[in-house]
Design a binder for this molecule. Structure first.
Ligand code: TEU
Ligand code: CA
Length: 534
């Protein structure tokens, strides 16, 4: 039985905002906090009741905010502390929540802590980072190249798991752990309702034995940071490369006073053999992974997250469905498949209008440090056009181009020059155009989220898988207090579907079905109440 706190979190429907690309309120071409506040009614109308705000702290933006130079101040481009206080107040006034993005593993090298630490071994910040006379191993950065950088000021090497300007904090140092507790307490004091915690698996390492994540003190550190009463009452979701149920239990079982839940990434590998290499795939592989975790999490009263996209991933629709001829059908079918299962829905900005992967014909369009570094490495071993094709496929910028609100200049994102080019299909895919269509992804999301919040079965109800693993479609039911709902999600081929129980007419359908049984078009989906449920 889920604990009461987790049952409460199941009512949350979270919208992830990448503020740099959401809405620019002052015409400087960069999205900002006032822009988020101005669009809250759009989110409220969509039916979400919480936002996960990607980092808005002071940052040089080498990694677009994940390189933080002051955790307790707002980056100049996004506005001021007063703007975030207004956003929090406006969210709460609408009975919406704010999840802040906490980045505890590393700071920008522009952070005061690093600037002090590099001065030498006899200052209070000396051991805030990992310093070695020589590289202790051959670790690589996630963003290519060595993970060890020689600092001429200190005369030693420091660790950076990501960009050179993102120095890993030394969590073995109790002063680092206390400093991060102060950051968390500062934002709780501002009224935030939870935290998404960046690469939490990396805060404990074992450099001597070659472990750059899941080190021996990981759960001790998580409990010390998150287990404190004022934090543990809040919603906390960790970003981690956990991929087995035992580790998920160690992180998220309610009695452990660690995290509320985790983002699991198994399904993010659908449609690719590696981050920059496509693989033919379909919704079937997504279904099989979702079903595995739904069953596993259900056995252990764990809270699950339901997401297909985020700011690091090219839209999944472009990898495993049809984002051209059947884009509306694919986007809505995937939403029904994902967000009526057990767990907390996380919707990434643009999903609600069926946004797809971009396609740029020059590397000059790309901003992401990982993409630029990777392109440079690829060009050393393959022709440029092949390198560009791989970057177009795997780049995180596919998810970071500005939100297209309407068909006006720059998609209504800014009256200035956007910091990064809009999506190459923004005139086709924008909110205004979507709403004007006979079929609208946005209206389907609204109807789906309305059904979900109005029916307890979709929030805490029991899940039963009706389709079998070899079926080229996904059928499941959700049951609670004698009411049972069935959800049918067809995949890419036309199928005859006939359920073994009687149903009312569908209340949710992406192609206006009036019967739950019958011929399903590719990517057609529907949900209906089961008659005389047991
Ligand atoms: O990403 C952690 C991470 O390693 C994966 O998401 C992925 O491998 C990475 O994005 C490269 O593809 C988190 C943030 O979500 C990401 O935006 C940051 O760049 C990274 O940490 C460093 O803070
Ligand atoms: Ca702006």
């Amino acid at each position: 039985m889920l604990c009461p706190k987790y049952k409460e979190f199941l009512k949350w429907v979270v919208y992830q905002v990448y503020p740099r690309s959401f809405y620019d309120s002052n015409g400087d071409g960069i999205g900002d906090l006032k822009g988020v506040t101005e669009k809250l009614d759009h989110l409220k109308d969509l039916g979400v009741n919480a936002i996960w705000l990607c980092p808005c702290y002071k940052s040089p933006n080498d990694d677009n905010g994940y390189d933080i130079s002051d955790y307790m101040d707002i980056m100049d481009e996004f506005g001021t502390m007063a703007d975030i206080e207004t956003l929090i107040a406006e969210l709460h006034r609408r009975d919406m929540k704010l999840i802040m993005d906490l980045v505890p593993n590393h700071t920008s090298t522009a952070h005061k802590w690093f600037q002090e630490s590099r001065k030498g071994k006899d200052n209070p910040y000396s051991d805030f980072y990992y310093w070695y006379d020589e590289k202790p191993n051959e670790w690589k950065s996630v963003f290519r190249g060595s993970a060890w950088e020689f600092d001429p000021v200190r005369g030693q090497y420091y660790l950076h798991s990501f960009a050179v300007s993102q120095a890993d904090l030394n969590w073995e140092n109790p002063a680092v752990r206390k400093a991060m507790q102060d950051v968390v307490d500062f934002w709780i004091g501002k009224g935030v309702d939870g935290f998404r915690i960046d690469v939490i698996d990396r805060i404990s390492k074992d450099i001597e034995h070659g472990r750059n994540s899941f080190g021996p003190r990981l759960h001790e550190f998580i409990r010390e940071l998150i287990g404190r009463e004022n934090v543990n009452a809040l919603f906390t979701v960790g970003e981690s490369s956990v991929n087995d149920i035992d580790e998920m239990i160690r992180h998220c079982a309610s009695e452990r006073n660690e995290l509320s839940t985790l983002f699991l990434f198994d399904h993010m590998e659908c449609g690719r053999s590696d981050k920059f290499t496509p693989k033919k795939d379909s919704l079937k592989s997504l279904r099989d992974i979702l079903v595995y975790w739904q069953m596993e999490s259900g056995k252990h009263d764990l809270l699950h997250t339901l997401f297909s996209d985020n700011h690091d991933q090219p839209p999944l629709i472009s990898r495993i469905a049809d984002d051209r001829k059947l884009r509306y059908e694919s986007a809505t079918d995937m939403a029904a498949m994902m967000y009526l299962l057990k767990g907390i829905p996380f919707i990434y900005q643009g999903q609600e209008i069926g946004m797809t992967a971009a396609h740029y014909d020059s590397i000059s369009f790309f901003n992401d440090v990982e993409s630029v570094n990777t392109y440079r490495e690829f060009c050393e071993i393959m022709p440029e056009e092949e390198a560009l094709a791989k970057i177009n496929f795997g780049s995180r910028d596919n998810a970071r181009h500005p939100m297209a609100w309407d068909s006006s200049k720059n998609g209504g994102f800014t009256t200035g020059e956007p910091w990064i080019a809009l999506h190459s299909r923004w005139q086709e895919i924008n909110l205004e155009r979507d709403l004007a269509g006979e079929h609208s992804v946005y209206r389907f999301y609204q109807a789906l989220l309305k059904l979900r919040r109005s029916e307890e079965a979709f929030i805490t109800g029991e899940l039963q898988i009706i389709s079998s693993p070899e079926d080229p479609y996904f059928i499941f039911t959700r049951s609670e207090s004698g009411k049972q709902w069935v959800v049918v999600c067809n995949f890419e081929t036309k199928q005859e579907i006939s359920l073994p129980f009687a149903c009312e007419a569908p209340v949710l359908s992406n192609l206006d079905r009036t019967e739950i049984n019958g011929t399903y078009s590719p990517y057609e989906c529907a949900a209906a109440l089961v008659k005389d449920a047991c």
